[in-house]
Design a binder for this molecule. Structure first.
Ligand code: GLV
Length: 425
């Protein structure tokens, strides 16, 4: 396999990895990573929201070292970064999930394996040599999910990530235009108009064939039938609805930390706490599900106001730079998940690309902290940023609602909510 150069001057930012991935991958695969639902409003808004938050540095402060270590769900991580579940990673690069998990482990961060993966969960855990989380969809029904939960526990996964934003699949228009449905009919006549995109990428095609061709979903084992054949991820998501009731039996079966991913509002954040979850991810599925929901960063203050420190609050969506991570942490997130940022690296150059994506975010983080005059993550708070005032209106509503519900006086509540604030937000 030809080695792609991922060091400077070839790759300086995540956008550079995206550009290389676009060159190496067939259009249908690249667009699966890059695209979102409908008009892709939320997809773009996720990234743009970071521009609305600006820094307030403390200058002339010497910070020779920066401590990036943090703990999420009791696990120590080298930095506040977790690789998010990304389906079908084995189409991006041979044995893609193992390759990405190995790079995460080597960097001292956690990797989350999607149910819709091409590598067996045991192989991924063995490759990772670091913390691994398993993301659960209910595809194949309850027995199938229970079997995956058992396997994940036995293989050493330390948290279960339950995605709650897929009652149906979002309409990913790029997938439709690129012929995902037709390609998966496995009928030559229907596939034919769309196969040139593979022939245009002979190197990718050779590695895909050498890796075994179209993968199955080895972690979705249908009782009496075996591993589920590869399906359009959109079609698979149709069967993966998780309700609050499901969370009960999932929690009983798993009995280790549960992360609920796909929380958009303060109300659902509270339900997540009530359901007994240990962490939540403010997430709109990278703009791949309901287009038109607010960007995640915009919703983070409301979610934090709603749950306080009763649950660990994580966030994903639109993170492309270390400074984005710092902004999320200043608002109050404990850590962030990134999906596309590392998937571009995987598609561009396999493990080296993922390692480079992590390295870019890590060096960005250190530089940003130094420029802010902040020696450790623990010191980050909202005094280091300015937030648009209208983002805070929903916080006031949440606080007022909480105050009336618990019968506590508003002034006391205002004091106790959220992290220490020095800028009066
Ligand atoms: C899978 O979860 C996807 O969004 O494609």
């Amino acid at each position: 396999m030809i080695r792609v150069r991922v060091q400077p001057p070839h790759v300086v930012s995540i956008e550079d990895l995206r550009r290389i991935a676009k060159r190496r991958l067939p259009r249908v695969v690249f667009d699966y990573i890059d695209g979102g639902a409908d008009a892709e409003l939320t997809l773009h808004a996720n990234s743009r929201a970071f521009e609305d938050v600006t820094f307030r540095p403390r200058c002339a402060v010497a910070t020779s070292t920066c401590d990036l270590r943090t703990t999420v769900l009791g696990t120590s991580l080298s930095m506040p970064l977790i690789l998010a579940p990304v389906g079908s990673s084995r189409l991006f690069y041979p044995r893609g999930e193992e390759v990405a998990a190995r790079a995460a482990g080597a960097a001292g961060i956690a990797y989350t394996l999607s149910t819709l993966s091409g590598c067996g969960l045991e192989d991924v855990a063995a490759a990772a040599k670091g913390p691994v989380w398993y993301q659960l969809y209910l595809i194949g029904g309850r027995d199938c999910a229970l079997a995956a939960i058992e396997r994940a526990r036995a293989a050493g996964y330390s948290a279960l990530v339950v995605t709650i934003d897929t009652p149906v699949a979002g309409q990913r228009e790029r997938d439709l235009r690129n012929g995902v449905k037709e390609l998966l009919t496995r009928k030559f006549g229907q596939m034919l108009p769309f196969v040139t995109q593979f022939l245009a990428k002979p190197r990718w095609l050779a590695s895909f064939v050498a890796d075994g061709g179209l993968m199955k979903f080895p972690n979705v084992v249908i009782p009496g039938e075996g591993a589920m054949p590869y399906a359009d991820v959109g079609a698979a998501l149709e069967q993966s609805m998780v309700s609050w009731q499901d969370l009960r039996w999932i929690r009983d079966a798993w009995n280790l930390p549960i992360v609920v991913k796909g929380v958009h509002t303060g109300d659902d954040a509270r339900r997540t706490v009530d359901a007994g979850a240990n962490a939540l991810v403010v997430s709109n599925h990278g703009g791949r599900q309901l287009d038109g929901v607010a960007p995640t960063l915009r919703m983070l203050p409301e979610v934090l106001a709603s749950v306080g420190d009763r649950i660990e609050v994580l966030i994903d969506g639109g993170i492309r730079r270390g400074s984005d991570i710092v902004k999320a942490l200043c608002i109050g997130a404990r850590a962030v998940l990134v999906g596309r940022a590392y998937a571009y690296g995987l598609g561009a150059a396999g493990g080296e690309g993922v390692a480079r994506a992590i390295e870019i975010l890590c060096t960005d983080l250190i530089r940003t902290l130094k420029l802010l005059g902040c020696a450790s993550l623990a010191e980050l708070d909202r005094s280091f940023i300015s937030i648009p005032p209208n983002w805070l209106a929903s916080i006031r509503q949440v606080r007022a609602k909480r105050a009336s519900r618990v019968g506590r006086s508003l002034p006391r509540l205002l004091e106790s909510t959220l992290k220490p604030k020095r800028d009066g937000i």
